[in-house]
Ligand binder design. Structure first.
Ligand code: SF4
Length: 582
């Protein structure tokens, strides 16, 4: 299905040639990699908006007896042809009834999303989102533009683009204030293109990952000079021509703004689809799992868009509905009792069957192909979980419920009734197992000296610019030095190291005033302790104007520091310095 941007611009507007060629309406390549702009860690992205802690992974065992010789559980050894076979097995088999017991091991077709063949579940999710979409007051959420002018479409695409980049790795509540401030300063993409990179990075201070700000700025200049201010409407065009736009952001812009039937898969959507599909795979480390989830999202949005006719708001609403569900209901600890799509959820059906005490069925492994994406939960772990929840529930409920649960039940009876409260606990507990959680990597710990070198005569401070690549690239800071790893970091040892380091910057370090304190700062991969050292140099210091690496160093006033492009951790060091001097 091709939904053309040109058709969406009002007839009175001059039509410009589309430099990107026709949109290929075929499904995205299932073997495609995750986008560069997509949160590198889908779960960490989702955790920004999800208040509940990650549950502990269940005890698991690897099952090899059902795995054919031609396949292996190692992602790196899974051949492309087998990968395609796997996708085919999931999406082209006859739909299952969705009321299976926890079938482990199981065939790939077990993961075919029931949402695909359930118009009632699709409608239920959209209805729920129509009611919910205004509750979190996100200013970038606006009605779909029908028959817009070129200027309106340009502005709408710009608004969604900025919001999607800001939302990567950042909470919605934080982004709202930044987005409003940004749009007040640069209401159009042309305004942004005229700003300096310094201004843009400065505005970004506090959002982290500053390369995103630089790419947005470069992208705005490119879109204005080469595309007459209007972002491309297709995923391919956006990814190819706009710096910093990856598969997720491209899908969001294309669907929300231009009505294209394109998927948008962030960490929240990965969690929702893993549960809907009963897929207990590693969404961070197994590319095959990621591919299958993108394929499912792609098929779903196309099915929903088909039902909507030629062009409209459904693709954007659908993508946002899945994301909203993942960030408010289907959180790491889900609220299944409030979910609008329980009828199509495999994790829910499995949990309900588990809570009802139904025995595990013998799986039907078609053509000898077993699912190789899921880690298999040990039966005894599942039963233990179920029994633990039941026991807890029994303490809270009456004998009547106990008797009811003990009675013999058929699968269809289980599927069609509302769960009891203790059963809901089992369902939630079971759903929390999806997606598979791998142990988190340890965060590296480092210590740094941050040297505030102040010139007494005019009160100016020495600052330096970080290298153009790497952590906090290009930002300004007080001259800093990462301490070698050691177990004996003390105030005394740091004083010696600070004097050594500063002597490479200024000729005399007689003005050393001591350590003001330590500012802890946490990056995604690094815990940094910044020990702030103060130097006050008088004018007799001959070296003040003969610094090394001159272009990367400046003397600046306190007011200039306030408005300088510095990382948030360094700004906290500045607060400590100011507080000491007041
Ligand atoms: S039923 Fe529960 S696990 Fe399934 S999608 Fe809804 S909230 Fe998520």
């Amino acid at each position: 299905m091709a939904r053309r941007k040109s058709a969406r611009i009002a007839a009175q507007e001059p039509k410009l040639p589309n430099p990107y060629g026709p949109h290929n309406g075929d499904s995205d390549d299932a073997a495609g990699l995750m986008s560069a702009s997509q949160p590198s860690s889908p779960d960490s992205a989702s955790s920004a908006s999800d208040p509940d802690p990650e549950p502990r992974p269940a005890k698991r065992r690897k099952v090899t007896k059902h795995t054919p010789n031609t396949t292996t559980r190692s992602p790196t050894k899974y051949s492309k042809s087998n990968s395609l076979l796997l996708v085919q097995s999931i999406f082209t088999s006859a739909p299952h009834d969705g009321r299976a017991l926890p079938l482990r091991p199981h065939p790939p077709s077990y993961h075919q999303p029931l949402l695909l063949s359930s118009p009632s579940a699709q409608a239920s999710l959209l209805r729920w989102f129509q009611k919910e979409q205004t509750t979190r007051l996100m200013p970038w959420r606006k009605p779909f533009l029908t028959n817009p002018s070129r200027a309106d479409l340009s502005r709408r695409a710009y608004e969604v683009w900025i919001s999607e980049i800001m939302l990567q790795q950042t909470r919605v509540a934080t982004v709202i204030a930044y987005w409003n401030k940004w749009m007040t300063k640069w209401p159009t993409i042309e305004d942004l293109a005229q700003a300096t990179e310094e201004e843009v990075v400065n505005m970004w201070t506090g959002l982290g990952y500053y390369s995103r700000a630089r790419r947005i700025h470069a992208g705005a200049q490119k879109v204005v000079t080469e595309m007459q201010g209007l972002l491309p409407d297709t995923v391919e065009g956006l990814m190819k021509h706009v710096p910093g736009v990856g598969r997720y952001t491209a899908g969001a812009i294309s669907a929300i703004v231009f009505g294209e039937a394109e998927p948008m898969v962030d960490g929240n959507v990965m969690r929702v689809l893993s549960r809907q599909m009963g897929l207990m795979g590693d969404v961070k480390g197994d590319k095959r799992v990621v591919d299958v989830l993108w394929e499912a999202a792609d098929r779903l949005v196309k099915v929903v868009a088909e039902a909507d006719g030629e062009e409209g708001e459904k693709p954007g609403l659908w993508g946002q509905a899945l994301m909203e569900l993942g960030s408010t209901i289907c959180t790491p600890k889900p609220q299944c009792g409030k979910c609008p799509v329980t009828e199509s959820c495999m994790a829910y059906a499995e949990g309900l069957a588990l809570a009802s005490g139904l025995k595990q069925a013998v799986p039907d492994i078609e053509d000898g192909i077993a699912c190789v994406l899921c880690e298999l939960v040990e039966e005894d772990a599942m039963e233990a979980s179920s029994q633990a929840t039941e026991k807890k529930g029994r303490q809270q409920t009456s004998k009547f419920f106990e008797a009811f649960q003990a009675s013999s039940m058929k699968e269809k009876d289980v599927a069609s009734r509302t769960p009891l409260s203790q059963e809901l606990n089992t369902i939630i507990s079971h759903a929390q197992r999806f997606p598979l959680k791998k142990p988190k990597k340890q965060v590296r710990e480092e210590e740094a000296l941050v040297c505030a070198i102040r010139r007494v005569s005019d009160g100016q401070y020495l600052i330096s610019r970080r290298p153009g690549k790497g952590l906090l690239a290009g930002l300004w800071e007080f001259p800093s030095y990462i301490l070698p790893a050691s177990n004996d970091s003390t105030t005394k040892s740091r004083k010696k190291q600070a004097l050594d380091y500063a002597s490479g910057l200024v000729e005399s370090t007689d003005g050393y005033r001591g350590e003001l304190g330590t500012v802890p700062w946490l990056f995604s991969h690094l815990r940094l302790a910044m020990h702030v050292q103060l130097f006050e140099l008088d004018d007799s210091d001959r070296s003040l104007r003969t610094l090394p690496l001159e272009s990367n160093y400046r003397w600046v006033s306190s007011d200039e520091i306030e408005s300088e492009s510095m990382g948030t951790g360094m700004k906290k060091c500045w607060s400590l310095i100011k507080a000491t001097r007041e």
